[in-house]
Design a protein around this ligand. Structure first.
Ligand SMILES: Nc1ncnc2c1ncn2[C@@H]1O[C@H](COP(=O)(O)OP(=O)(O)OP(=O)(O)O)[C@@H](O)[C@H]1O
Ligand SMILES: [Mg+2]
Length: 602
């Protein structure tokens, strides 16, 4: 029986583990775990100011990072921290509201205890949209001014043998800010904070949430929707409180980052001074790739291998993680919305919860972001991932220029992407249906008919699969997931629809029974497995909206409630929770700006 699709674990590093079982309770204790591999091994931008007050938009021509001192938010207030992640890191919960911790993670690094550093870093990256290279998003039209415009990393620490990078989002301007304010508002910060931890609880590989603080006095202006607006684009400008959330991952290296150095390494080199630059760029490309391997793939790539050998394994491993990630996104109804190469983590986990959403009604073209088009829509994500993977492979190619066999191996890995992706998708759909495979023709027919029925009915994606997971006796429980209830549809249509569902259900049940027999399993076991694959609770946008609305009034109760419910998405939980959160999307929320669609997310 196929069960929950495994996600690749974040890589570990060999370091001295913290042996003590007592929790890290002060910033001083956390400081002792600091270990700045990126700053210490990669190249600093030679034009950067030493004190890190490098806030004006400018071109950054070389180097892997720019040292940046974050800009603290004014009069910060604690909003939330992730208890689950604190526990995993061995941090005491009390730290989140302690003065020193709060000061650092609201952007004031002036007093951090040594060996922590007062200056953080931002990185440049390139952008490809659906495989096409872009440079004009950068104000200089060269691509040299694009990168972390408001994300500033402030710490790398090795905690219990695992290396983590901690990054402030909304920590102020950097040379990559392109003239913007470097801030994030409370609404988008709450969305990202909750979604990251929810995705982790769903077993989908992701950056994690550490903490979230809001300013009581500092605001920035953002376009947004008036209450109940059905407009596609925001119809008002409002002043919103700024916030800093801290996200954490083994690294924040994006496909776009590797691309940036590859593009430079690829330049013509017609003139002698350009040749020097090109050699330098090639060295920088190799360095960032080796760093990526060290940070994200150390457990699967032998450090003794040559660079070309490492590069080929890297491509294969990333392909494995990326295809598994996308299958998992689709398993839980997640649409990233803006899956450009600069939002695609080279470690193969979910990054950048901007215009993301979880689908309520099943729709293959579900896309929460009005600017995202069909290419980033729900069931097109495997294709979007393939484009990012091709950009990744192109960026690795300069490193293999003199190694024909390795180049051929890379070509092969790239060519096989869609086969590997299809196989991941098939296993995922099979697991959602409780089946061990979708290979036999009868299974494929069953699946295709299901897609048609789910669209035509239409069904709520989460509720449908969760009800199916109970392996009911007939289709009545499945009807809980139908958006057009029989009372709304005309009688003959609903009769026809039910007949098709009854037939589909009978076929599914028969295939499930014979699958169980073949595998020496039973329906009870199948139901148990299905409930580990098909979540009951999903972070629907209309749950999040009241939480961020109340938060603007200083009431964080709903955020806590959502943390509790969404951090155990497979559990049955109480009747009260079920009544409130296991529900179809109310009709009044359809087509409403900020709930059903977003035009921007920052
Ligand atoms: N308010 C802002 N100030 C400065 N830069 C910004 C701001 N908003 C977005 N950016 C930058 O614009 C680029 C595109 O924005 P996008 O919405 O993809 O990213 P994001 O949500 O800020 O960042 P990330 O990908 O780091 O999660 C990013 O490089 C981002 O840093
Ligand atoms: Mg982004």
């Amino acid at each position: 029986m196929t069960n929950r699709l495994p996600q690749k674990k974040n890589s570990t590093v060999s370091a001295i583990p913290t042996t003590s079982t007592s929790k890290v309770a002060t910033l001083g204790e956390l400081a002792k775990l600091a270990n700045y591999s990126l700053m210490d091994t990669l190249n600093c931008d030679p034009d950067a100011t030493e004190n890190g007050v490098d806030y004006a938009p400018r071109q950054v021509f070389s180097g892997h990072y720019v040292p940046i001192t974050p800009t603290p938010i004014k009069d910060p207030e604690y909003v939330a921290h992730s208890n689950a992640f604190f526990a995993e890191l061995g941090l005491a919960d009390s730290m989140a509201e302690s003065a020193h911790f709060m000061r650092m993670f609201t952007g004031d690094t002036s007093q951090v205890p040594a060996p922590m550093r007062k200056i953080g870093w931002a990185t440049g990256y390139a952008l490809s949209i659906y495989g096409t290279e872009f440079t004009h998003q950068c104000p200089f039209q060269t691509g040299n001014g694009y990168g972390d415009g408001r994300a500033i990393s402030v710490l790398e620490a090795v905690i219990n043998g695992q290396r983590w990078e901690m990054q402030l989002k909304g920590g102020g301007r950097t040379p990559y800010c392109r003239g913007a304010d470097g801030r994030a508002v409370l609404r988008s910060s709450i969305r990202e904070f909750l979604a990251q931890e929810h995705m982790h609880a769903l077993d989908v590989s992701t950056s994690r949430s550490l903490s979230l603080y809001v300013s009581k006095t500092e605001t920035v202006k953002r376009y947004w929707y008036t209450e109940g607006s059905r407009s596609e684009n925001p119809d008002m400008m409002s002043a919103e409180a700024v916030a800093i959330s801290t996200r954490v991952a083994p690294s924040f290296i994006r496909v776009g980052q590797i691309e940036l150095f590859a593009r430079r390494a690829r330049e013509d080199g017609q003139f002698e001074d350009q040749l020097d630059e090109q050699v330098h760029a090639m060295q920088e490309l190799e360095k960032i790739v080796l760093h990526l391997i060290d940070r994200e793939y150390a457990d699967v790539i032998d450090s003794q291998l040559s660079t070309p050998e490492k590069v080929v394994i890297l491509a294969r491993e990333f392909r494995g993680r990326l295809t598994s990630l996308i299958a998992n996104w689709i398993r839980v109804g997640f649409c990233q919305g803006n899956f450009n190469s600069d939002n695609c983590a080279a470690g193969g986990f979910t990054l950048d919860y901007g215009p993301f959403g979880f689908c309520d009604v099943f729709n293959p073209y579900y896309q929460p972001w009005t600017g995202g088009g069909n290419h980033y829509s729900f069931l097109n994500q495997p294709k979007a991932a393939q484009s990012n993977f091709e950009s990744f492979c192109s960026a690795l190619r300069p490193l293999l220029a003199d190694h024909k066999d390795h180049l051929l191996a890379l070509d092969e890995i790239q060519r096989e992407f869609s086969t590997v992706m299809d196989s991941e998708m098939q296993s995922m759909w099979a697991a959602k249906l409780g089946l061990s495979t979708l290979n036999p023709t009868a299974h494929k027919v069953l699946f295709n008919e299901l897609l048609t029925l789910m669209m035509q009915t239409p069904v709520d994606y989460t509720i449908f699969f969760r009800e199916l997971s109970s392996i009911p006796d007939d289709i009545r429980p499945l009807k809980k997931s139908f958006y057009n209830s029989s009372s709304q549809a005309n009688e003959s249509d609903s009769h026809q629809r039910d007949t098709r569902w009854i037939e589909w259900f009978a076929t599914w049940k028969a295939l499930l029974n014979s699958d169980c027999e073949e595998n020496g399993s039973n329906l009870e076991e199948a139901a148990k497995q299905m409930k580990l694959v098909n979540p009951k609770y999903i972070l629907r946008e209309w749950f999040v909206k009241p939480a961020y609305q109340q938060a603007t009034e200083g009431n964080y109760a709903l955020i806590r409630e959502l943390q509790d419910v969404m951090n155990q998405p497979y559990a049955e939980q109480s009747q009260e929770v079920e009544d409130k959160y296991y529900r179809l999307k109310p009709l009044e929320f359809f087509k409403v700006g900020g709930v059903s669609h977003l035009s921007c997310s920052s």
